[in-house]
Design a protein around this ligand. Structure first.
Ligand code: EPZ
Length: 419
């Protein structure tokens, strides 16, 4: 097993390029199976979740190869619509293979998905939406069997603006004759990126980024070259890390608009932030002020994927902060590990109350999930002494060369093997 070994107390200074977005690449990889040709994803970032999705495409018969940072997918070679649990237990985003498989093969047989232990992660909205398009669905023996031979365009209203369900339904509708409308759709930037990718292959999808998405059916999708948007959660993580220890950091290849909720909160904390077309620059020299209230919401609200990181920042900020997690019921698993490092946090169901302390103390801690894990890395950057963050396979799911980027900015962090 691998761990990060961190010596705290170093400021972060310098410039890093933000990697392409995990949560944009995953649905784009799923959607590539609908193309009757070749898809080239430029400047791809090979997070372990992305590598797991590539394995799923290979298991379906699609060819994939990496040339420099580009991923080439020969989707016309795909011939199967069956994904077994060996693949789906490793990555939750296997669930939005249902839509593309139904579009390509009119059938799908997918084992239940795995993913982070941040909550029950139900899939009822995916199932309900597909049934609204007349997909016949049976759930048995740990598999989801979908028969889409009588699928038809229609109207879907999501009870909650689920990101994955929105993406699944967009992709399930691409070849349906007529017009499909998705109401109460998620508005995340990754949804708009998926729309742009599908349309680059010849689809007719409109409205992503608003609450209503319209899909006009087409006959086929053709080869395309595409580059996904930057990862707003990686960018946000680096902005928070800089506030944690102080410094002057410039992020390139990022979209400030995608991080507006965070940027406004960090300005409240005392950070000086300048934004331009593709860059964000942050400067902070004093101890951050506590942010009185942070509440996670669907986009454009404060992202749940930055909750662990901003919670960690509050543990050393000056004052008291209240953090409310509305999206996932068990996304406070980092709590026990931060307490080991001297944080003053109390939990009340989905609310954490944090009284800032001057300095955390280095400790041996365990990453509970992807974003909780990176929160502990951020804690280690500030803590007095040494911190070992274990089970960093969680972190590798959503950060591509994290230690290289942080070392480049001056952090003392290294990856070690533990037997
Ligand atoms: C996506 O997960 C992201 N993952 C998550 O990022 C992110 O936290 C989440 O959206 C919210 O922004 C990917 O894009 C691969 P949802 P997803 O469906 O699609 C409930 C990370 O750290 N729900 O929008 O699974 C659900 O329980 C990951 O990168 C249902 O009730 O999220 C949750 O409370 C973690 N029924 C809420 O909706 C359903 O059928 C939001 O879930 C589906 C979801």
């Amino acid at each position: 097993m691998e761990s990060f070994y961190i010596k705290g107390g170093k400021k972060l200074n310098g410039e890093v390029e933000v990697s392409t977005s995990k949560n944009a690449l995953l649905p784009i990889l799923a959607g590539s199976i609908m193309c009757n040709g070749t898809v080239v994803l430029k400047n791809c970032s090979f997070y372990s979740d992305v590598n797991n999705m590539i394995s799923i495409l290979n298991s379906l018969g699609a060819g994939t190869k990496i040339e420099n940072r580009d991923l080439i997918i020969q989707s016309d070679l795909a011939s199967s619509y069956y994904i077994n649990e060996e693949f789906t237990k490793k990555v939750r985003s296997s669930i939005f293979m249902l839509g593309p498989l139904l579009s390509r093969f009119k059938m799908a047989k997918v084992a239940y998905p795995g993913g982070c232990n941040i909550g029950t992660r139900p899939i009822d909205l995916h199932i309900k939406g597909l049934k609204a398009l007349n997909v016949k669905i049976e759930e048995k023996h740990g598999y989801i069997y979908c028969d889409g031979r009588n699928m038809k365009a229609g109207i879907v209203h999501l009870d909650f603006p689920s990101v994955g369900a929105t993406e699944n339904l967009m992709m399930a509708s691409v070849f349906l004759n007529g017009t499909t409308t998705i109401y109460n759709a998620a508005k995340e930037p990754e949804i708009k990126d998926l729309q742009n990718f599908l349309n680059a292959m010849g689809a007719k999808v409109y409205g992503a980024g608003t609450g209503t998405i319209t899909v006009f059916g087409v006959d086929k999708l053709t080869s395309a070259e595409y580059c996904a948007i930057p990862d707003r959660i990686v960018a946000g993580t680096y902005l928070i890390a800089t506030c944690m220890v102080g410094g002057n950091v410039k992020l390139t290849n990022c979209v400030a608009e995608h991080n507006m909720a965070l940027i406004l909160k960090l300005k409240q904390a005392g950070a000086k932030i300048k934004t331009s077309k593709n860059n964000i620059e942050i400067k902070i020299s004093k101890r951050p002020k506590s942010i009185s209230k942070i509440e996670t919401q669907p986009y454009p609200g404060f992202p749940t994927d930055l909750q662990s990181q901003i919670l960690t920042l509050q543990t050393i900020s000056d004052g008291t902060s209240v953090i409310i997690e509305n999206l996932f019921e068990t996304r406070f698993k980092i709590f026990t590990e931060l307490k080991k490092m001297g944080a003053d946090i109390s939990l009340h169901d989905r609310m954490a109350i944090v009284n800032g302390v001057e300095m955390l103390s280095g400790a041996n801690v365990v990453a509970p999930d992807l974003r909780g894990g990176v929160g502990l890395v951020i804690a280690g950057l500030q803590a007095d002494g040494y911190t070992t963050v274990n089970d960093i396979y969680h972190i590798d799911r959503g950060y591509y060369c994290l230690e290289d980027d942080l070392q480049k900015l001056g952090a003392e962090i290294k990856r070690i093997k533990q037997n």
